[in-house]
Design a protein around this ligand. Structure first.
Ligand SMILES: Nc1nc2c(ncn2[C@@H]2O[C@H](COP(=O)(O)OP(=O)(O)OP(=O)(O)O)[C@@H](O)[C@H]2O)c(=O)[nH]1
Length: 427
């Protein structure tokens, strides 16, 4: 880029300068040539007139004395001069007395100048002299002058072109090149642009350009800085918002987990509710069927719970429900589940437990409850349970069938007088 730029500007300068100088010098040259030609012609006329006057004076005595011999010899000598083509001496009446023609005079081809002078003697006209001078010398002189002028013009044109080229190169192209290099350096190092200024000492348009560039560069830097500050501000705000969002998300997740937990938990006893129990039963049932493993379901219902409520109040009833929940939970394995189905009814799933194990577990539970002291607000409450037990069998091959079988067993326990456990099928 830089090479093209330098070449372009210098090239244009050379073309402009040389064209200007050639035109200028051509005009000056033509003018000088015309002047020189006029001067030479004037000089030729002046010297021709002088010569013919002197010749007339030389012939003055000779013409009065009719000295033909000397007139001829003088004419001969004059005719032999380089530029003389012809000399004619005439008497007072105009009759030619002597005439000499140069050896190389050919009137058809030669261009000539004619000079005349009156021959005077004692202040009176005694005859006349005509002198033809060749223009050849004049043409040679003009040609030489032309050549000299053209050579001078060409020499000065070349000299002036070089001078102007060098001066303009130094005064215009060099500062512009410097200007361009500095701009390039600044543009290629944008991060340092604030510290870099164009230092140009020219007090001209280039200097003005540098000042404008510096001011623009400053404005750009300030704008960048403002943008950076705004970006940083926005960034920190974003970070803070992000943090808040994280906290909010964590809170929401926590709340969601709680809601989920609440949705499947009985709020009074903190045991799983019916919904959770049904889901768990569905999973466990299919697993037990698939792997042919024993699964027992137990339904537990408080005997005459309505009476407890009615006699001792709802709070006493709640206490009994909570206390039973704790007892059930403490008596089952980690892998088993105990849920409150609603009201005073509970359910327990004993996975990989046979019907006898379930019966033994129920008997033990009945005994524990009988021995447990249910005391609320200083009053001891009598709490007993009825329990129905069923397991997966060929008959109970669906969840609904298992449910019904267990429910039937519970109903049978109630029917038989409560406070006991009954296995389905019963007799
Ligand atoms: N305190 C309290 N009582 C409840 C709650 N849910 C249901 N009950 C009461 O539990 C009682 C259940 O009574 P029933 O299902 O009629 O049966 P029961 O009195 O236990 O009689 P049997 O089951 O036949 O022995 C009703 O009086 C309900 O109002 C509860 O969350 N807290």
């Amino acid at each position: 880029m830089s090479k093209n730029f330098s070449f372009g500007l210098r090239g244009k300068l050379v073309v402009i300068v040389v064209t200007g100088i050639v035109i200028g010098f051509t005009i000056i040259g033509v003018f000088r040539l015309n002047q020189a030609k006029q001067k030479i012609i004037l000089e030729m006329n002046r010297s021709g007139n002088e010569r013919v006057t002197l010749i007339a004076e030389a012939f003055s005595n000779l013409i009065i004395g009719y000295d033909y011999s000397n007139m001829e010899s003088l004419s001969e000598r004059i005719a032999k001069q380089d530029d003389v083509l012809q000399i004619d001496v005439r008497n007072k009446a105009g009759k030619i007395m002597v005439s000499r023609i140069s050896d190389d005079y050919t009137p058809s081809s030669s261009k000539d100048l004619l000079f005349k002078s009156v021959i005077q003697f004692g202040g009176e006209p005694a005859g006349s002299v005509e002198l033809k001078i060749s223009l050849k010398r004049l043409e040679t002189t003009i040609h030489e002058t032309y050549t000299n002028i053209i050579l001078e013009q060409v020499f000065f044109a070349i000299f002036l072109s070089i001078l102007i080229f060098v001066v303009t190169s130094r005064v215009i192209v060099k500062p512009i090149g410097h200007f361009r290099d500095l701009m390039n350096t600044i543009l290629n190092n944008p991060s340092e642009s604030s510290h870099q200024k164009l230092v140009i000492k020219n007090k001209d348009e280039i200097g003005d350009l540098a000042l404008i560039f510096n001011s623009m560069n400053n404005q750009v830097h300030e704008y960048q800085q403002r943008l950076k500050d705004k970006y940083n501000l926005a960034d920190s705000a974003l970070v803070a918002t992000n943090e808040q969002l994280k906290i909010r998300t964590a809170d929401l997740e926590k709340a969601l987990r709680l809601v989920e937990q609440l949705a499947i938990t009985d709020s009074l006893t903190n045991l799983p509710n019916r919904r959770h129990f049904d889901d768990y039963l569905a999973t466990t049932f299919s697993r037990a069927v698939r792997f042919k493993e024993p699964l027992c379901m137990i339904l537990l219902d408080i005997d005459h719970f309505k009476q407890i409520n009615d006699t001792h109040g709802h709070a006493a009833g709640d206490y009994v429900l909570k206390e039973l929940g704790k007892l059930f939970k403490s008596r089952i394995r980690e892998t088993d589940v105990c849920a409150r189905l609603g009201g005073d009814e509970f359910a327990i799933l004993l996975y990989r437990a046979k019907i006898d194990d379930a019966m033994n577990w129920s008997q033990l539970l009945l005994r524990i409850i009988r021995e447990h002291a249910f005391t609320e607000a200083g009053i001891t409450l009598t709490v007993t349970l009825s329990i129905g037990i069923a397991q997966i069998t060929a008959d109970n091959h669906s969840i609904e069938a298992l449910y019904n079988a267990t429910d039937n067993a519970l109903y049978e326990a109630k029917r038989r007088g409560r406070n006991q456990a009954v296995i389905y099928p019963f007799e």
